[in-house]
Write a protein that binds this ligand. Structure first.
Ligand code: AOF
Ligand code: ZN
Length: 369
């Protein structure tokens, strides 16, 4: 398929528009649309929030009758299904557009190829694949879930150069600088769920919301989930103070503790216990899979992080490394008591690196046999 430089310019703009929804469309993908007639942009649109109109609907509304004979640039294959909104392929057909340029096929099995087929059957010229890589990258977690049936699960760790996350006393705040902390808030804003353990709640009393640097941007806050085998989360924890959903996964059936936590404003869900009487991590994984979500960000201490990594539940690690050394008495990032020989080590693929002021952001994918 060959694309002109004008095609590239318009698709670039559609990708820019799509990115405006990156903190608010979850669990839907972010999508942008530009409508062009005789070389002139006549309308633009982007998807803002699940349940609200798709990108094409906004663009077609704004183009009105001028869409007839025009070209639509869309970052995702127009949908063919009646979901929370009617099919965009029908909208484009009814508006009389003559050409549709698409960055990527919709990996959602209820659409996947059928949107294109519908447009072609109506006699519209369709071209797919312009800036496909960028479009997939923009919706990495959505793509992962649609192609594997599992949410994309990553763990974020802020550590010193010697791999330590906290002093032996538990003191841990501000290991990394302001730019890295802002980046963490963006990751939270992109994630459907932020997962933590009761140990982190007791040690740091975090809110786990997306705030820093996002004050003027529409953010659909992540659902916070706490693994708390014995229901030790205090009812006055700061995580309950913001008006954002909290769920506790437990294997305790202490009714009094459960009622008190429900009154504090959270949902308590009992799941299976493992042989040690802790919540079973495979049951946690199953529960995450059952939610309508694309991505899970783990923000936890060494015990939970190590256990999730060893259980093969983590897909990716995002490490913020600060230029400091905390010494060998400080706490490590991953407690993995079962790893006693090098052959048991968890192996990683390097994905990329970014400088954030004086910190470094490193991304690694977990190798699977
Ligand atoms: C498009 N344009 O802007 C978006 C699309 O629940 P619904 O009705 O919003 O449908 C969600 C599905 O629609 C989503 O999983 C994806 O396959 C597609 N999203 N499609 O043509 C858009 N956001
Ligand atoms: Zn649609």
């Amino acid at each position: 398929m060959t694309f002109t430089s004008d095609d590239q310019r318009h698709m670039n703009r559609a990708l820019e528009l799509a990115a405006l929804g990156r903190y608010s469309t979850k669990p839907n993908p972010c999508v942008g649309c530009v409508i062009v007639d005789e070389g002139r942009v006549i309308a633009e649109g982007w998807h803002k929030k699940a349940g609200e109109p798709h990108a094409e609907v906004y663009a077609l509304q704004s183009a009105a009758a001028a869409a007839k004979g025009a070209t639509a640039y869309v970052t995702l294959e127009p949908c063919s299904h009646h979901g929370r909104t009617p099919p965009c392929a029908d909208g484009l057909i009814n508006a009389g557009v003559s050409r549709v340029v698409i960055a990527m096929q919709d990996p959602n099995p209820i659409v996947s190829g059928q949107g294109v087929a519908k447009l072609q059957a109506a006699g519209i010229e369709v071209a797919v694949g312009l800036f496909e890589e960028q479009a997939i990258a923009l919706n990495q977690a959505f793509y992962h879930r649609m192609t594997t049936g599992q949410p994309y699960i990553f763990s974020k760790v802020a550590m010193s150069l010697d791999g330590k996350t906290a002093m032996a006393s538990g003191e841990s705040q501000w290991i990394t600088g302001a730019a890295a902390r802002k980046d963490v808030h963006q990751l939270r804003a992109e994630s459907d769920i932020v997962l933590t353990g009761v140990g982190t709640i007791l040690a740091d009393d975090p809110q786990l919301t997306a705030r820093d640097g996002l004050e003027h941007i529409a953010v659909e806050q992540p659902h916070r989930v706490i693994l708390d085998s014995q229901l030790k989360t205090p009812v006055n924890a700061r995580i309950f103070k913001s008006n954002v959903k909290v769920t506790i996964l437990t294997c305790s059936n202490n009714q009094d503790a459960m009622t008190a936590l429900q009154q504090a404003g959270c949902t308590v869900q009992v799941i299976a216990a493992d042989a040690q009487g802790q919540v079973d991590l495979y049951a946690v994984h199953e529960w995450l899979r059952s939610q309508d979500i694309n991505s899970v960000m783990v923000e936890a201490g060494a015990l939970l992080n190590g256990a999730l990594l060893q259980a093969g539940i983590i897909d990716e690690l995002i490490i913020y490394m600060a230029p400091s050394a905390l010494g060998s008495d400080a706490r490590g990032a991953f407690s993995m008591p079962q790893v006693s020989t090098l052959s048991d080590r968890v192996q990683l693929h390097y994905v990329g690196m970014h400088e954030l002021d004086s910190d470094i952001k490193l991304t690694y994918r977990v190798k699977r046999e």
